[in-house]
Design a protein around this ligand. Structure first.
Ligand code: F6R
Length: 266
């Protein structure tokens, strides 16, 4: 696991975009796993900018989103499909038929979840999965107690996640209680993972997930078992990491000596 403590949210977003750009240059038909939420907004803006100004090409890219609220239609302004359209997909040249966001209005949830897993396999698996982290340690909507081997399925959200998400809804009662989400096991099968976290509110859980024990009580701690994870946090998000000085030193040395090794586990 490589941990980068960036100076700012902007630098965090740029570094993540650098990794995606390198991946797309290496493999234009990459399969990207994508997250919603506040954290990746700057990263998506950076990808959109690079597409517009530098021609970063998404025409062959295939995407899979982590999760979607149950019973919100793709056109609902708080649905994750709507978020993705308005933060990324509408502004890049991704082929709409290559976009996958769990369909929250499905009648056959179990069948849909099995199909989603099969689709990921059919296209050869996810090359890079981008993640945020919830204040309770969730990745996707794998709330505390989710099996570290879990697959795509329906999950009940915790009170904390519902409260955290209430800021996006007019009325807290409207916040969905259920979501379709990739499982921890699904996420761990991605070939490479980028975890982004920013702000003081995430500092405690980031430290627990990265430097604490691996436990189903903190789903993100399962990332410690993955062979190629890059964590990029801003200074506030990384402020409670015990080994922050070491992570900063590694990053500076790589920048100074071999910048191409940034984002490579070595
Ligand atoms: C979103 C997702 C969630 C968020 C997490 C952090 O698709 O899977 O796990 O990444 O809740 O959300 P923000 O970035 O809003 O703090």
């Amino acid at each position: 696991m490589e941990i980068i403590v960036a100076e700012s949210y902007e630098q965090m977003s740029r570094l993540a975009a650098d990794m995606i750009e390198r991946q797309l240059l290496r493999k234009p038909s990459s399969v990207l796993g994508l997250a919603t939420g506040s954290t990746p907004v700057g990263f998506y803006q950076e990808l959109v900018r690079r597409h517009a100004q530098q021609g970063l090409d998404f025409s062959k890219v295939i995407t899979f989103n982590l999760d979607e609220y149950l019973d919100l239609s793709p056109s609902h302004p708080q649905s994750y499909r709507y978020f993705m359209d308005h933060n990324l997909f509408n502004f890049i040249n991704v082929d709409p038929k290559n976009i996958h966001v769990p369909y929250g209005h499905t009648e056959e949830v179990d069948e849909f979840c099995d199909w989603y897993e099969q689709e990921i396999k059919r296209v050869g698996g996810i090359d890079i999965q981008v993640l945020g982290i919830g204040a309770d340690g969730h990745i996707a909507f794998n709330e505390p107690g989710s099996s570290l081997g879990s697959r795509t399925r329906l999950k009940t959200l915790t009170k904390q996640t519902i409260d955290d998400n209430a800021r996006f809804f007019d009325n807290p009662e409207e916040v969905p209680r259920f979501a379709i989400t990739m499982g921890v096991g699904t996420i761990l099968e991605a070939k490479e993972i980028i975890l982004l976290a920013h702000g003081a509110k995430k500092a405690e859980i980031v430290a627990q997930a990265l430097e604490g024990p691996i436990t189903a009580q903190v789903s993100a701690s399962a990332l410690q078992m993955h062979r190629h994870v890059t964590v990029i946090v801003d200074a506030e998000g990384g402020s409670l990491l015990k080994r922050a000085d070491y992570y900063r030193w590694v990053f500076e040395e790589k920048k100074r000596l071999v910048p191409r090794l940034i984002g490579k586990v070595t």
